[in-house]
Each structure stands twice: as C-alpha cells, then as structure tokens.
Design a protein around this ligand. Structure first.
Ligand code: 26W
Length: 825
C-alpha cells in the first residue's frame, strides 16, 4: 500500500505504483485495460490513503487538545467534486498531474470521471461547503452534519428547449472518499405517543411509545485543510431499517410495523427536495429534518460525554450552527436529550440549549418561511412538540410581561400560532445568535422582517457577510489566473485573500493588463470548447461573455435579462449597421420541478437562442447559450471565463449572493442592482468599476408597502418595451404556439388573483438596465480601461473569502480554539 510519506514529500514512483496496485486489486486489471472510471477510482483510493493518515492524526490531536467544536447543521452540502479539491489542498495537484502524465493519463479526464455530488440546491448548500473548507484550513474543529441523499439535485437535460429532470444516481459507482461508520449508528423515533411515568426518585419520566423508528448510519467524508495536515469530517446520515424481526412475537401487527419501518427507512433519505426558497410543507421533509438532527445531536452529546462528566457545561465545548431554519428541531431535540436522558431540569436544559444553538437566516422571501401545521408536527414528533409548546408558553409569558396587553405582539411573535409551528421564531427565541448573510440583508431583518424580535433582543442580532473559498474558485478553477496572481503578489493569498490587494499597483500597468486579458481569453476559449461540445453552439471567445448563472427564480430576474436580449435583437434588426460589440449571453440555471414560470423562462431563453443564433442577418453579433446542467464543476470554468457578472435581482430580495463574489475573484465586472452583497462589492471595488442600476431596496420596499406600481403605464408609454412584450404573445419566438409564453406576459402585466403584476419590478428596471448595458459595451471597447477595472475587481475581492467570514463567526459567535498540529517527522 501507499505510504503516508507519499504526499508529504511527494514520491512520484510510490504514487504511480499505488494507482497501478489499486487498479489491480479493485478490478483485476492493468492500467491499459482499466476504464476511465476505474482509473479515477484507483487514483481516488491512492489519495484517500494519504488523507486517512492525516484524518486519524487530526482526530487524535483533537482528542488531546479538546478544542471547542462547531457542528454545522445543514440539510444541504453542495460539495462539488472532491478529487481535484483534495489534491489542491494537499498541495499535490501538480505533482499528481505529472505522475499521471507519466502513466499516459490526463488528470482533467480523471477528474471529469467523478460524479459532481449535488447534495444541495444552490447558495445555502454551497456556502456550507465553502465554510467547511475554510474551517479546516484555518485549523478549527468542525463537523458538517447532513443527509446522505441517495439522489441529489436532479440532472438537467434540455430537450426541445425545455428542462427535463433526470435522477442523479451519484452513488452508482460508489464513493471512494466516504467511510461507513456503523459503530456510530443511532436510533431515531417517529410518531406514537408520550407516556409519563413517575420513577423511584419521584421524577417525571417522559417516554415515547408506539413509535416507528429508523437506524441512522453515518458516512464520513474527509474535509482536507489547505497545506496544514488537518482533516475535518462531513458526516452524512443514511437510513436503514432497525432490525426488529423477532420471530417468536411474529404476529400480524409486528409484520405490518416491520414493513412500515422498512419503507420509512427507504424513503427518508431517498432524495433531496429540489426546492430553493420555496416551502412546500411536505411530511417527508420534516421527517428528513428530524432524522438527521436527532442522529447528529445524539452523537454530539455522546461524544462530549465520552470525555467530560458534566453535561451542564456542554456549551463550553460544543456549538450548533443552524443553516437556516431547516435544522431547527435541533433545539427541541437537545432539550429532550438533556431532560429525558440526562435528567436536567427545564431551567438547566434551557440554560445549556440557549448557549449552544445559533441561527443563520438566508432569505426573506415570504414563501420560504417554514411553518409546520400543528397536526403534522405533533403527530410525527410528539415529544418534540411538547417541548416546543413549553418553550412557546414561557416565551409568550415573557412577551406579555414586557408588552402588557399587547395582543398584537403575541400574534406576531409567538412560536405556535394560527395552527402552525413557526420555525424561525423557535430558532430566534432559543438561540444565542441570529445572523443575516450580508449587511443589507441583516439591516432588512432588523428593521423589517424580524423587527419585533430585534427590538426585544437586539444583542442576539449580527451580520456575517458571506464568502467563498478562493482555493476552489481560483486556485483550482482558474489555474492560469491563480499562477499570474502568485507571480505578482506571492502565494499568501491562498490562505489570506486580503493579500490579493497587492495586485492594485498593476491595474494600470500595460503589460499586466495584456497578460490579464490574455488569460481571460484563454479561459473563454476553454469555455467555448465546452459549449461547443455540450451545446453544439459555436461562440466567439473575442465577444463579451455576459453571464448569469444561478438558480432560476423570478426574483433573480433571468426574465429581465432575456427580455433585454430580445430588445437588443430588435435594435439590431432595425438597423443592421448599428455599432454593436459582439456579445455572448450565457445562462445556466435549474428550475424547481413544479415552478411553472421558472421552467417557462428556460424555454423562452432557448427559444430566443434558437432564433437569434440562427439569424444570419445579424452576423453572429448576438449569441445566446443556455448551459445544460449548471453545477459546481462547470461553474468553476464559467466564472473563469466571464467578462460580465449579471447580479440583477430585485433589490432587497437576494439575501447575499455568492456567485457575485466568485465572478469578482475571477475578474468579471458586476452588472447589478444594489442588492445583497453587491452593495459591499461596490464598496470594495468602487462604483466606477461596476455597472449599477435600478431601484434601491428602500424604493422597492416602499412600493411594496404602498400597493406596488402600475406596469401598464410603462407598457403604454414605452414602445420598445411594448414591442418586446408583444413578442411574447405574437409567436415571434414560438410560431407553433403563440400562447406559449402568455403566462410570462401575464406575470408582468396582469393583476391576477394570486399575485400582483410585475411583482419583481422587471419593467420598472428595464430601461435603467438597458442603459447600464450600454455602459458595459462602451467600457469594453476601451480594452485597457476594462483590464484595469477587471484587475481591480480581483485585487479588491479579499473581503469575500469565506476565511474572513469564518473568522468572524469564530470571533463573534462560536469562540472556537485554533488547533495547530505538531510537526510530524
Ligand atoms: C424550505 C425550502 C427552502 C429551501 C432552501 C427555503 C429556503 C432555502 C434557502 C435558504 C435558499 C437559499 O439558498 N438562500 C440563499 O442563501 C445564500 C447563502 O447565504 C445567499 O447567498 C442567497 O442570497 C440566498 O438566496
């Protein structure tokens, strides 16, 4: 087997032998006979061998140093591929690439064999992945806790311009990096009823009876820190039926129950809910939540008690970060364990719980708020519901005391109200910290959405502006630019992104500008090749690459982008001599499977692409490309190749955004609204190096509070906009079905029973957007000045490292101890 010295001081021959050995023992093949997938597996196992040594060593050191640990509780971890990232963080990427080359193997092809684990929807899940990378690189003890979904986010295929969802069987070939840990299995109980017994000490004992249960089995994935030998753990839980077949007591009832329990186990981790920002209230989803939370909290408590004897001091060694409200049952589960298993009093348990749990809010979209019907919640989690009821009862008493006679306060703030359990209220009341994910977002929480809570407990509220890991999104995703940055400012930026500001002095340097533009060009060529291979569309790498990649949602306004493209196309057709800098508009987005307008927007983008890309009269000046199956792996290439970063959400709606930061780091200029973290991007790089347009969040909120605006006024008064809108319903882009895009037209103009017309202010912001787009074109024509702005974007991106974000979480919320491994000989 491979020795651990291999990557500490890379031994090429040892590594090559290890790959050959693995192909032999895993597949009974030689390298020449092995398939690409088998070679990937063999390489992954060779690397895992090294990682496991570091992993054991880290955990041993943690046991010795006993640092405080954060458990990042999240329904989603959008990790992306592991192999390349692990090699980067082991500082072995180039060595391994060379060794593979010796064997006649292209590392890119090997990396491309790995399924891209998509156990997440979008921003929230990817943030969790960046945080684990930063926590580990910075030497903090951390667990990510989540669900090992059998099927992750669906794969997207585009057929006839429509999105088709294809199951993502990411485990089909096995996952070489994971470790099954059956010795840490936990039982999780659902349903039944709660009985109270008085025990011999006169204590009330609460016992859940008549329940169904599943066995939670953890699978551990290593999280490799950059260059520090530290390996943390992402622990994702699989479900198996509990073995309960006792043949003697085998009667009809037991058989029924056994089958039901088996079905429960099979269903619970089957699939990730592909909804982003939309709460659907499905029972299975609540089961998923309690399943992974109960298992994770049980394990956290047991692990603590293996080394300590006083559960009352749990919070001194452990903190739980709730990634949005999805894991909020952790609060009641911890209370349950402390009271029912460790016999703490309510007050003692509450003292521990409220010092352990902290909550991050990721959205203010009303339709995303989790509110479980009491009937469902109490039926599924009877003991947990009792505890939530008691938390609510005590909280309401407190509100009544502080605001005597103010029923309205109770109506607005209660945890249980109107037949519903409000998870955000539970998280705020029971946690010691509530944070938003960008300055503007936190301000909106404090002043609007959570105002009553902020007034009552201002000390809990704080902001943690999101960040991204430069290791994946520059060092791995854009090796050419990464090398160029290192050549100019040294390589400290890899673990301290503030150092990238050293690039500022090169912004006006002509040679640097040319080098930068050349790198961008090469990355555009790489992406163009990908687009040709995957979409069959030829795009010109000399054109402006204008990119919008993110989940498809009305508030993100992909519709604004495509309507503007229709407008540009009209302008060009009107005047074929128009001075027009060639533009490639690139989209990538998955729509929730049941989200009609989102799916129709994908169809519209593809329909416009069909017409525009095939109209010889415009001489290829506009190309529209919809990249199928946008995911972490192709995202890395897309960011690297972008000139323009479209961040055009309706102001106040995008909590932060993190794609915006990835574009900036890769030297794209932001075209955006003053929303989310865009505000802070502008603050860092300067308004003059961005293209900002549109309503401010205050203006949007004012419109919303005073009944909106009338988009018909714009329709009536603006012939350009009117023409574009008419093209939605006159068959310009769907001659075979002129009514096809009617729902989009209606969403902009018709006051329907369910929603306001143009809820997202697309028509209101249309002309300001078009004007900003004209500024983009003018700016791009001045290549030197564009290069200067692009370099400044890279140079000013330091704040947006998730290392900075994590350090703020550590300083203000978690108070973790930094671990340094002793040097190994
Ligand atoms: C219950 C259904 C559901 C599913 C996912 C509701 C809400 C969500 C997420 C909270 C949505 C989400 O991913 N929000 C995004 O979080 C990112 C990380 O903080 C932010 O950068 C994005 O602005 C925000 O939309």
């Amino acid at each position: 087997m491979l020795k651990k010295t291999v990557l500490q001081k890379f031994d090429k021959e040892l590594f090559k032998n290890s790959v050959i050995y693995n192909v032999k023992t895993l597949y009974r093949k030689t390298l020449e006979e092995a398939t690409q997938q088998q070679i990937f597996q063999a390489v992954a196992y060779a690397i895992k061998d090294v990682i496991v040594d570091n992993w054991m060593n880290t955990q041993k050191e943690y046991a010795k140093q006993d640092p405080k640990t954060v458990y990042y509780l999240s329904m989603e971890f959008l990790m992306g591929r592991a192999l390349g990232n692990n090699l980067i963080n082991l500082q072995a990427y180039n060595d391994v690439a060379e060794a593979l080359e010796d064997l006649g193997i292209d590392i890119n092809l090997v990396e491309d064999q790995e399924p891209d684990p998509a156990l997440g929807n979008g921003g929230l899940g990817r943030l969790a992945a960046c945080f684990l990378d930063s926590l580990t690189t910075m030497g903090y003890s951390a667990y990510g806790c989540g669900i090992r979904y059998r099927y992750g986010m669906f794969k997207q295929e585009i057929r006839d311009g429509y999105q088709i969802e294809v199951p993502d069987n990411w485990l089909a070939d096995g996952n070489p990096f994971e470790l099954r840990r059956p010795e840490y299995a936990k039982e999780v109980k659902f349903g039944g009823y709660v009985n109270v017994y008085v025990d011999e000490n006169g204590r009330n004992n609460f016992k859940q009876e008549g329940y169904q249960s599943v066995k939670a089995i953890p699978y551990d994935m290593p999280i490799v820190g950059y260059g520090n030998g530290i390996v943390n753990t992402l622990r994702i839980w699989d479900a198996e039926p509990v073995e309960c077949f006792q043949l003697e007591s085998f009667d009809k009832g037991d058989y029924q129950k056994a089958v039901e329990q088996e079905n429960l186990a099979r269903n619970i981790v089957e699939v990730l809910y592909p909804n982003d920002n939309h709460y659907a209230g499905k029972e299975l989803r609540l089961k998923q939540q309690y399943f992974f939370i109960s298992a994770s909290v049980q394990e956290a408590v047991e692990k603590y008690m293996r080394k300590h004897d006083d559960i009352r001091k749990f919070h001194e060694k452990v903190t739980f970060q709730l990634n949005d409200t999805h894991p909020t049952v952790a609060i009641a589960e911890l209370m349950r364990i402390l009271m029912d298993d460790y016999y703490l009093t309510w007050d003692e348990a509450w003292a521990v719980t409220t010092k352990t749990c902290a909550y991050t809010n990721h959205t203010i979209m009303a339709e995303a708020l989790e509110k479980w019907p009491i009937e469902l919640f109490s039926r599924l989690l009877p003991r947990i519901y009792q505890i939530v009821e008691e938390i609510n009862r005590r909280f309401i008493a407190q509100v009544s005391q502080q605001y005597p006679g103010d029923q309205n306060k109770i109506a607005k703030m209660a945890i249980i109200y109107d037949g519903q359990v409000k998870m955000a209220h539970l998280a705020i009341v029971s946690g010691y910290s509530v944070n938003g994910v960008a300055r503007l977002h936190t301000e909106i929480l404090e002043k609007q959405e959570l105002r009553d809570f902020y007034e009552m407990m201002p000390e809990k509220f704080n902001n943690k502006t999101n960040g991204i890991t430069q290791r994946r999104f520059l060092l791995h995703g854009n090796p050419l630019l990464a090398q160029w940055v290192t050549d100019h400012v040294g390589n400290d930026w890899i673990t301290d992104l503030s150092k990238i500001s050293g690039l500022k002095i090169y912004a006006e340097d002509e040679k640097a500008q040319q080098e930068f533009m050349n790198i961008k060009y090469q990355n555009k060529v790489r992406l163009a090749r990908y687009i040709l291979e995957h979409n069959g569309v030829e795009v010109d790498p000399r054109s402006i690459f204008d990119v919008q990649v993110k989940r498809l949602h009305e508030y993100k306004r992909q519709l604004l982008n495509i309507l503007h493209i229709m407008y540009l196309y009209n302008e060009l057709k009107n005047n074929l001599q128009l001075e027009f800098y060639p533009r490639t508009f690139i989209f990538g987005a998955k729509a929730a499977a049941g989200y009609r307008n989102a799916k129709l927007t994908i169809k519209l983008i593809n329909a416009v692409a069909d017409v525009v890309n095939n109209d010889p009269s415009i001489g290829g000046k506009i190309k529209v490309v919809f990249i199928e199956d946008y995911k972490v792996s192709n995202a890395e290439w897309i960011f690297a190749a972008a000139d323009v970063s479209e961040q055009i959400s309706t102001a106040s709606k995008e909590a932060s955004g993190t794609g915006n930061m990835k574009f900036m780091l890769n030297g794209a200029l932001t075209l955006g609204t003053m929303d989310g973290a865009n505000v802070e991007i502008v603050e860092e790089v300067g308004m003059e190096n961005t293209f900002i347009f549109g309503l401010s969040s205050d203006e949007v909120i004012r419109f919303e509070n005073y009944g909106g605006y009338n988009p018909m006024d714009i329709f009536n008064n603006d012939p350009d906009i009117r023409r574009v809108l008419m093209q939605l319903i006159n068959g310009t882009f769907a001659p075979y079905d002129t009514e096809l895009f009617r729902p989009l037209y209606n969403s902009l103009l018709n006051t329907q029973s369910t929603s306001k017309a143009d809820m997202y202010f697309i028509l209101k912001d249309f002309k300001p957007y078009a004007e900003a787009q004209r500024r983009v074109e003018a700016a791009y024509r001045d290549e030197a000045n564009w290069a200067k702005s692009a370099i400044l974007n890279v140079a000013c991106s330091g704040k947006f490292s998730s290392d900075r974000t994590i350090q703020e979480y550590v300083d203000d919320i978690w108070h973790l101890d930094k671990v340094v491994l002793p040097k190994r000989v």
